[in-house]
Design a protein around this ligand. Sequence first.
Ligand SMILES: [Zn+2]
Length: 211
Amino acid sequence: MINVKRFCFNPMQTNCYVVNDENHAIIIDPCCYFDDEKQELDDYITTNNLKVEHILVTHMHVDHILGLNWCQKKYDVVAEGPNNENHWVEIGKQWAKQFGFNIDNDISPLTKFLSDGSIPWGNNGTIEVIHTPGHSPGHLSYAIHDKSSGSSKAFFCGDVVFVNGIGRYDFADSNYEDLQKSIEVVKTAPTHQIYPGHGESFSPNVCNNDA
Ligand SMILES: [Zn+2]
């Protein structure tokens, strides 16, 4: 059975999810920043006896990866995500400095890349990788299936769409038309529940009404 646990981390209030099927576990958007957030995440993983097998990144905006290096080291897993967003690491470091934070040791470029397709995971389940550009060019969504076909149990859409709005498209490499198409992909996804990068999860029905 697939469970989803949401954590809300760092000053930007970004969602980090732990998905598990029995003791198989995935971290989506490793964004814990403060020590107590790292502790909270690890307490959950330890208490539930989970083994982290994948660390998945929806996109490389700094608020989604503040715990990237820590999680990779702690769970001995190489993070995976978009192949064309590593330039955001430098942007994130510079941006943090303007606010008085030094995150040079917290984030780093990805070395393992994903594209559309399915990864076997858990008890006969799969992780479906779906390119959903617009908010950022390489943005990925992840649909978790407990069987190899049919509706997904959980769809992680990052910053494409939220319960009451859509992702920003005012970054230099955003694209509004791509975002519109990606919102459509999320809205029509055969899934039980949608889990965004910020705020509460929602059902596809709610998304259809609001987005
Ligand atoms: Zn973002």
